[in-house]
Design a protein around this ligand. Structure first.
Ligand SMILES: Nc1nc2c(ncn2[C@@H]2O[C@H](COP(=O)(O)OP(=O)(O)O[C@H]3O[C@H](CO)[C@@H](O)[C@H](O)[C@@H]3O)[C@@H](O)[C@H]2O)c(=O)[nH]1
Ligand SMILES: [Mg+2]
Length: 202
């Protein structure tokens, strides 16, 4: 349902403009009971992103990456975070971006990618939408060591894991990244069959 006339923007102010942008919007919002309320919200914007879960259904493997994430560190996560390869779109299309990023980060050149969903990961405060893909790969698709771009501060470890182990890592807390959990659950339902599905909450 469209918000339509229930939201009237009064204005926005820029609180920070750098690599990212922090803005504050103030608007009149018509509540469900018909009354009007003035609301202010801060929004963090660093552009949209794309991510992919590379999977080898025959060998029952997936590829994930591990890297230090300062934002998670400030929230008390004192380990490197395990994630699906991902990148900001910059000016590229999501599909083009995820191919390039997957190769840079994992060293695998994926040929077929399948879009599975788009998701706002933190819509209360972050404007970013992530375009999520799955991508079949084989060992022959490896073209380099991956690892990301050192000149951009990236230092990425590539993990090829048994799918069942990766799936179990959600339950025991070794995987705590939202997009990664969503894509592994998608894979359990749609790409792999067997033990991992037993844990699936439906
Ligand atoms: N100058 C500057 N550059 C930054 C900053 N933060 C990150 N960068 C640069 O921005 C690039 C981000 O790397 P990508 O691989 O493109 O993105 P990502 O950090 O993996 O982010 C992806 O995952 C995020 C978390 O899951 C997603 O939020 C994001 O959309 C994207 O999908 C890196 O080159 C990094 O150096 C900053 O504060 N300042
Ligand atoms: Mg990345």
């Amino acid at each position: 349902m469209k918000i339509g006339n229930r939201m009237r923007l009064q204005g926005t102010e820029t609180l920070h403009q750098g690599w990212s942008r922090l803005t504050r919007g103030t608007f009149d919002y018509q509540r469900s009971d018909g009354s009007w309320q003035v609301v202010s919200r801060d929004v963090f914007d660093c552009g949209h992103g794309a991510t992919a879960l590379p999977y080898d259904a025959k060998r029952r493997k997936v590829i994930l990456v591990r890297q230090f994430r300062y934002a998670a560190y400030t929230a008390g996560y004192d380990q490197s975070l395990i994630e699906t390869p991902a990148g900001l779109l910059d000016d590229a299309s999501p599909e083009q971006r995820i191919r390039t990023e997957t190769e840079e980060e994992t060293g695998y050149r994926i040929s077929s990618v399948e879009k599975v969903f788009e998701a706002f990961m933190s819509p209360g405060a972050v404007s970013q939408k992530i375009h999520c893909y799955v991508a079949a790969y084989t060992p022959q698709d490896r073209v380099s060591d991956g690892g990301g771009l050192a000149e951009e501060g990236e230092d990425i470890e590539v993990l090829e894991l048994d799918f069942d182990e990766a799936y179990a890592m959600i339950g025991d807390g070794r995987i705590q990244d939202g997009k990664t959990i969503m894509l592994l659950q998608y894979a359990a339902i749609n790409l792999f069959s067997g033990p991992a599905r037993a844990n699936q909450v439906v």
